[in-house]
Design a protein around this ligand. Sequence first.
Ligand SMILES: C[S@@+](CC[C@H](N)C(=O)[O-])C[C@H]1O[C@@H](n2cnc3c(N)ncnc32)[C@H](O)[C@@H]1O
Length: 260
Amino acid sequence: MPDFDTSVPHIARVYDYWLGGKDNFAADRELGKRTLQAYPNLVFSVRANRAFLTRTVRFLAAQAGIRQFLDIGTGIPANNNTHQVAQRVAPGSRIVYVDNDPIVLSHARALLTSKPEGACAYIDADLRDPDKILASAADTLDFTRPVAVMLVAVMHFISDDAEASAIVNRLTDACAPGSFVTISHAASDIDAEQQTEMVRRLNQSVAEKATLRDRVGVTRLFDGLELVEPGVVRVAEWRPDSQLEAASPTGLWGGVARKP
Ligand SMILES: C[S@@+](CC[C@H](N)C(=O)[O-])C[C@H]1O[C@@H](n2cnc3c(N)ncnc32)[C@H](O)[C@@H]1O
């Protein structure tokens, strides 16, 4: 039996429910349904976010030559986890996963299936403590060489704007020039009314409160970095593989930027 309280919904398990996963409990499903009623496109939105994760990792590995990834706010393993996408392009890729949820920790084994040429590690830590993350990640990643910091659907759990920017800055300051940051973030200016109600329902029940930001606020998180084309866009429109993919409803902004 799990040694955590399954009667309280956790965002990682609710997200797993939205994605159609099986690693969730009745309380997570109940909240999952209530939030879906508020924002029926949420199912498409989170799938588009997951596809954004896949396309950005593929871009970073195949086109930007990145071989090291720091994936913070990993979530319960789903399809196309970062190491699988990166190691399909370059088997020697090294990946460090970070999450603060005990249920994600309990699934870490499924994330540690590196190809022998590369490496995977898992750190049980909070995004609000970037120094701890950087110190532990240095066991696996060489910060004198470029790293891609993946902050996919996690920055909206840092409500204070100054703290959110400080976290991104601390992480990028530790990375070599030529490193990248990927961010996706729930939007206050897409499907505004429905998303606001969805987040209100979510925040009534989960410990990690979510905060919506608008496109300008999400873009500000990349200050000091060079956004790669097409900039901060709806995640479905970030270098989509098809017009169908680009047209998917989604309530998240996303972008990738390079440290000069
Ligand atoms: C919505 S899921 C996103 C999962 C994955 N990155 C994706 O986009 O498919 C957010 C994850 O961030 C984690 N998380 C939330 N706040 C966090 C924090 N302060 N520190 C570390 N992880 C956090 C949650 O536990 C959850 O697993």
